[in-house]
Write a protein that binds this ligand. Structure first.
Ligand code: GTP
Length: 212
């Protein structure tokens, strides 16, 4: 059977227990909202295919447990993610403060090239708001991330957040994607050129230090 997508990326959702990670994911992948809170145990995942600039991207989205006791397990998934969605709840100041902890865990465990965004969920809960939009946006700026406020309940900014992080991942891996879509000739020419460069370097005895 023909492949239904062109490229696969892994995204991971991180944030305190109860901020709405599972609800956001269900809203995005199944267009559903379930108001009950059944804490995720360890890690769960869902898939969805989105089309960006004519490229069919299959996203595998890992929904992690926010509870502290599962963090040894969840950290093992960080290195395999190309994109991360940090989530806090706009009605919970502590979930917002803990973003610093989630971000530092990612610094220690994730890939250098990983793309991140910050999402303040439950924007429908305006009367119970504890974290202003400005605070969210400033924190995101500090970490060099893009920022969204979303609501899984009213379906506000849910697909926008998931699609944006996928676009960022796609841009960050543009070279691989171009290679995938370039003609075989281009690919072979490039491989031959690289091979030639390598053999010239070896012949000259020159050694280069990779700074990547
Ligand atoms: N008002 C409102 N409630 C929400 C929203 N998203 C989630 N909730 C509620 O918040 C609670 C927790 O949602 P979950 O999605 O289970 O939270 P989680 O972050 O996955 O929690 P863990 O699995 O324990 O890490 C549930 O009772 C949801 O109904 C939202 O956008 N608005």
């Amino acid at each position: 059977m023909a492949k239904q997508y062109d490229i696969l990326f892994r995204l991971i959702m991180l944030g305190d227990s109860g901020v709405g990670k599972t609800c956001m994911l269900r809203r995005f992948t199944e267009s559903e909202f379930d108001p009950s809170h059944i804490s995720t145990i360890g890690v769960d995942f869902k898939m969805k295919t989105v089309e960006i600039d004519g490229i069919k991207v299959r996203v595998q989205i890992w929904d992690t447990a926010g509870q502290e006791r599962y963090q040894t397990i969840t950290k093992q998934y960080y290195r395999r993610a190309q994109g991360i969605i940090f989530v806090y709840d706009i009605t919970s100041e502590s979930s917002f403060q803990h973003i610093a902890k989630w971000a530092s865990d990612v610094d220690e465990n994730a890939l250098d090239k990983v793309q991140t965004i910050l999402v303040g969920n439950k924007s429908d809960e305006e009367p119970r708001r504890k974290v202003t939009k400005d605070q969210g946006s400033k924190l995101a700026e500090t970490y060099g991330m893009e920022f969204f406020e979303s609501s899984a309940s009213t379906n506000s900014n849910i697909s926008e957040s998931f699609i944006r992080v996928t676009e960022l991942v796609l841009q960050a891996h543009k070279r691989d994607v171009d290679m995938l879509f370039g003609s075989l000739d281009d690919y072979l020419d490039k491989a031959a050129q690289e091979e030639e460069n390598r053999s010239q370097e070896n012949d000259g005895g020159a050694r280069r230090t990779c700074t990547c």
